[in-house]
Design a binder for this molecule. Structure first.
Ligand code: ZN
Length: 429
C-alpha cells in the first residue's frame, strides 16, 4: 500500500538542486494518437476496422492483415502482469535522478503486450526460474492507463485493479501528475462563484497555500469571507488589467507558486450588432487575452525555474477558457472571440512551458451556471462541478478538459465537422 506523502521539509539551500531534465519524448506521428487521447485522460489503442485486431505499438498498417484502416479506440486496460524489472542504473539523465524505477510487461486481455511504468501498489509476479515448474501463485492483475509524462508524451502505467486511498502519492505517479497536495497555488480571481468553488476544492485536495487574487480589495463581496476563513487561503491584490499590479504580485510570491490557475474572466452577452462601440469587447480582451499574457510574462519564468525542485516542484498552469473558443457562439460573440484569442495564446504558452516540464492545462467548459448565462436554458455546468473537473485534471495529469454535457457535445460536433457546427450555432445552436 502506498504510504501517504508527508509534507516535504524546507529546502536546504546548501544542497544541490536537481537539474531539470525531461524523459525521452521523441514519438512518431502515428504514436502521437496515443498522446492525443492521454491528453484528455483516455487510454486508446489502434483497432483494425477490417479484422478487429487490437494493435500495439502504434503502426501505420494492421500487423495481422496490413489494412491501413486503423481507428484509435478507448480501451479498458485490464491485463496480467507477466514480468517486472527494477532499474538501478540508467544512462538517461531524467531516470538517473529518480532511481530505482519499476517497469513491467503486461499482457492485455485484448491481445497485445505492453511495457508499463508500475505503480508501487502492484504486486510482483512470481519469479521465473529456468527448468522449474511454474509457481502456482495467482496471476497479478493490473489495469493499464495512459498518462502524459513530464515531457507531455503518452506513457503507459500499470495500476492495481482497485483504487486505494493514497495511490496518488506514489512516487512514480507524482512525477507524471500535478497533484495539488502540498503545493502552493495562485487562483487569480476569488470574487466569482467559480473562483470560490475552485479555492475550496484545492484546499480540500491538500494545497498548502492558496493565494486568491482580488482586484478590488476594498470591496466586501459575497462568499469571500467563507474562503478567507480557510486556513491555507490568503487574499492578495491582483488586477490583471494592470501590468504593475501583476508584476508587484509576481515580485512578492512568484518564486513560491507551484500552480497558477487563471480563472479571471470578463463575460458579456453581446454579438456585434447588439451593442454599439467597443468598450465591452475591449474589457473582455483586456482580461481574457491580455490578462493571460501579462500573467504569463510575469509568473512564467519563475515557474519554469522551479520545475525540478523536489517532491512539490512547480507543476502546472491552468487556463479557464470556454468551449466558445473553438467556434463562435454569436449571442456571446465578442466573448467567444476573446476566448479564441486566449486559446491561441495558451497553445503558445504550452509550447514554451513544455521544455521545462510545466503542464499547461486548458479548460473548455460549456455555459457555466452563473449570472452571465442566466438566459440560457440548462444544461449548465455548476461551479462546483467545474472546480472538481479542474482538480481531477491536475491529479491525473490531463491537459485538455471539456467539462459538462454541452462542452462534450460541442467538441464532438466540432471534431466531426467544424463547418456544420458553425452553421448550427449561427442558427441558434
Ligand atoms: Zn487487420
Amino acid at each position: 500500500m502506498t504510504m501517504p506523502l508527508m509534507k516535504p521539509r524546507k529546502k536546504n539551500p546548501v544542497l544541490r538542486t536537481r537539474q531539470m531534465n525531461l524523459p525521452p519524448f521523441a514519438r512518431g506521428r502515428t504514436a502521437l494518437g496515443m498522446t492525443a487521447a492521454a491528453a484528455e485522460g483516455r487510454f486508446e489503442l489502434q483497432v483494425c476496422q477490417r479484422c478487429s485486431a487490437v494493435q500495439y505499438p502504434p503502426r501505420d498498417a494492421c500487423h495481422r492483415c496490413l489494412s491501413p484502416q486503423l481507428k484509435w479506440t478507448p480501451h479498458g486496460g485490464s491485463g496480467e502482469l507477466i514480468s517486472e524489472t527494477v532499474i538501478h542504473h540508467s544512462n538517461d539523465p531524467f531516470y538517473r535522478e529518480r532511481l530505482p524505477w519499476r517497469l513491467g510487461l503486461v499482457r492485455l486481455d485484448a491481445g497485445p503486450t505492453v511495457i508499463v511504468h508500475l505503480h508501487g501498489d502492484v504486486a510482483s509476479p512470481a519469479p521465473f526460474i529456468a527448468g522449474a515448474a511454474p509457481a502456482p501463485s495467482p496471476s497479478v492483475r493490473v489495469r493499464v492507463g495512459a498518462r502524459l509524462d513530464r515531457a507531455g508524451a503518452a506513457v503507459l502505467i500499470g495500476f492495481p485493479p482497485e483504487e486505494n486511498e493514497h495511490m496518488a502519492d506514489d512516487k512514480m505517479l507524482r512525477e507524471m501528475t500535478s497533484d495539488p497536495k502540498f503545493r502552493k497555488i495562485l487562483v487569480t480571481d476569488g470574487k466569482t462563484e467559480v473562483g470560490q468553488a475552485l479555492v475550496k476544492a484545492l484546499v480540500k485536495a491538500g494545497a498548502e497555500i492558496v493565494w486568491v487574487g482580488h482586484a478590488e480589495p476594498w470591496k466586501k463581496l459575497p462568499g469571500l469571507d467563507d474562503i478567507t476563513a480557510l486556513k491555507p487561503v490568503t487574499l492578495v491584490p491582483l488586477d490583471l488589467t494592470n501590468g504593475r499590479s501583476v508584476s508587484e504580485l509576481a515580485g512578492e510570491i512568484g518564486g513560491k507558486v507551484d500552480i497558477v490557475v487563471n480563472n479571471a474572466e470578463v463575460h458579456r452577452a453581446f454579438g456585434i450588432a447588439s451593442r454599439r462601440g467597443t468598450d465591452a469587447a475591449k474589457a473582455e480582451m483586456d482580461i481574457n487575452y491580455f490578462g493571460l499574457l501579462r500573467l504569463a510574462q510575469e509568473f512564467g519564468p519563475a515557474l519554469k525555474a522551479r520545475s525540478a525542485d523536489g517532491a512539490t516542484h512547480a507543476a502546472a498552469w491552468v487556463n479557464l477558457l470556454s468551449v466558445y473558443a473553438l467556434s463562435n457562439y454569436p449571442p456571446h460573440g465578442t466573448f467567444s472571440a476573446s476566448k479564441a484569442a486566449a486559446y491561441s495564446l495558451a497553445q503558445c504558452l504550452r509550447a514554451e512551458m513544455r521544455p521545462s516540464g510545466i503542464r499547461v492545462v486548458n479548460i473548455f467548459p460549456g455555459p457555466i451556471d452563473d449570472e452571465w448565462n442566466q438566459n440560457l436554458p440548462p444544461p449548465k455546468v455548476a461551479p462546483g462541478a467545474l472546480a472538481s473537473a479542474i482538480v481531477r485534471a491536475l491529479k491525473e495529469g490531463i491537459e485538455d478538459v471539456y467539462p459538462g454535457d454541452v462542452a462534450q457535445e460541442w467538441v464532438e460536433r466540432w471534431r466531426e465537422n467544424p463547418k456544420v457546427l458553425e452553421r448550427e450555432l449561427a442558427a441558434g445552436g
